[in-house]
Design a protein around this ligand. Structure first.
Ligand SMILES: Nc1ncnc2c1ncn2[C@@H]1O[C@H](COP(=O)(O)OP(=O)(O)OP(=O)(O)O)[C@@H](O)[C@H]1O
Ligand SMILES: [Mg+2]
Length: 423
């Protein structure tokens, strides 16, 4: 007998009847659900970001409105710039400091002060000494080695002023008689300077109205601006002049005289300048300085008499050099430099011919200051200009319209090189 045929498999349950169909629909449903939830999440995130950006914009718009920006600058003037403490071997210079304090806080602003002095004579330190006891109402800024385009931006930093797209509107400029286009179309650094110029005027007026006297803005080392072109320097001078004319702000410019005064003088705004000079230390103060820098008093006296006089930058170098060189070695080295400088600009025979006007005039200068007219006549304007240049450093200009030789060691070297007789 044959084996019974296997029983037919039971019919598939409805749920198992169309697996492909269910799979496809399940998959599509999943994708749709995922897409919907992703879109939802994206929309929530986008709404959150948009809200945040809007809030941020509103906050910036509020904190960078002209009123807030100017209020910060006013607060900076009221508090004054923070001045670093003095160094241990600091020599006090009461005369220079008193003179500068009068410059920083004038009874009446009629002219803007230009503080001049030879490179390294202590201008910056003396100005800081003058501000330190009472800094209120004075903002101090020193120009560094930055590019010309960055000069107004750095100055703005010292003034707690922020340039920002929300800061100034067409209305702001119109109120001040300036078309916004005029400013925005200008190239840097003049664009930034124009905005700073207007804002400074506003703040200076607010300060004066509130305190009954003008604030002071010191811009030190303006010769650094001139090195890259004098147009911005002249714009700053023009501002200083009109601030003085309107008795709005006391703008004090500090510069090296020999190198920079001619550039400053090219500006017609120089007619409103009041030039004051920071000179050297007295010989006695110079000896005190070297003794404080651990140089024996006898050596200090000789080094001052023969090399540095009261020129601080030279004293500073001497304090280091005298640790491992003698006065003679240093003098010889400096004398060679002076001889090289002279040879670069003066004809040998003219320099050594005792009857030539150049020889006579240089020898006269070894005995003291000469009026600029005398020097221009005997040396000629071209040669005078060359001898004034900072890489030559033979002559020094003084605001009382005189020239002297540049420093004590130049005086001694010229006398020796030219065989000048004692007076
Ligand atoms: N009263 C002082 N006592 C001691 N050291 C000083 C004094 N004044 C200036 N110095 C030092 O002399 C050097 C030159 O000073 P300072 O930088 O003030 O001169 P400056 O005339 O501003 O120079 P520059 O022409 O380069 O701007 C600095 O090293 C400074 O620390
Ligand atoms: Mg300086």
């Amino acid at each position: 007998m044959s084996a019974a045929a296997p029983a037919a498999a039971p019919a598939a349950a409805p749920a198992q009847q169309q697996p492909a169909f269910r799979g496809v629909f399940g998959f599509i449903g999943g994708v749709v659900a995922n897409a919907v939830s992703s879109i939802f999440i994206i929309m929530v995130v986008a709404a959150f970001v948009a809200q945040h950006v809007l809030d941020h914009k509103n906050t910036i718009a509020k904190t960078h409105s002209p009123e807030i920006v100017l209020a910060r600058m006013l607060a900076r003037f009221e508090a004054g710039s923070v001045i670093p403490p003095i160094e241990g071997y600091h020599v006090s210079r009461p005369d220079a400091v008193a003179m500068l304090q009068a410059v920083l806080r004038p009874n009446k602003v009629t002219r803007y002060p230009v503080v001049v002095g030879e490179t390294g004579c202590g201008k910056t330190s003396a100005v800081l000494d003058a501000i330190r006891p009472n800094r209120t109402g004075i903002v101090y800024h020193i120009v560094g080695a930055e590019l010309l385009v960055d000069v107004p931006k750095r100055l703005a930093g010292s003034l707690a002023f922020e340039f920002n797209q929300f800061t100034f509107t067409a209305g702001y400029f119109k109120d001040r008689g300036v078309e916004m286009e005029q400013v925005t179309s200008a190239a840097e650094p003049f664009k930034s300077w124009a905005i700073l110029d207007l804002s400074l005027r506003d703040v200076a007026a607010q300060f004066k109205a509130k305190h009954g006297h003008v604030a002071t803005l010191v811009i030190d080392a303006v010769d650094e601006i001139d090195k890259q072109g004098s147009e911005l320097l002249h714009a700053i001078q023009k501002f200083a002049k009109s601030a003085a004319d309107e008795q709005l702000l006391n703008v004090v410019l500090v510069t090296c005289d020999g190198s920079n005064l001619p550039a400053l003088k090219e500006s017609s705004a120089m007619t409103r300048a009041r030039v004051v000079e920071v000179g050297d230390l007295t010989d006695q103060q110079a000896v005190t300085y070297l003794v404080r820098r651990d140089i024996h008093e006898d050596l200090a006296k000789r080094a001052v008499a023969e090399i540095a006089g009261g020129r601080l930058i030279l004293l500073n170098n001497l304090a280091d050099d005298l640790q491992f060189k003698t006065v003679e070695q240093i003098s010889t080295q400096l004398s060679i430099q002076t001889a090289d400088s002279l040879q670069d600009v003066i004809d040998y025979s003219e320099m050594h011919n005792a009857t030539s006007a150049v020889h006579k005039s240089l020898c006269d200068l070894t005995h003291g200051a000469l009026h600029i007219n005398i020097v221009h006549r005997s040396l000629g304007k071209d040669l005078t200009k060359k001898l004034l240049a900072t890489n030559i450093n033979i002559l020094a200009y003084h605001p009382n319209d005189t020239y002297t030789l540049h420093s004590r060691h130049v005086q001694r070297s010229v006398a020796a090189l030219l065989n000048c007789t004692t007076p």
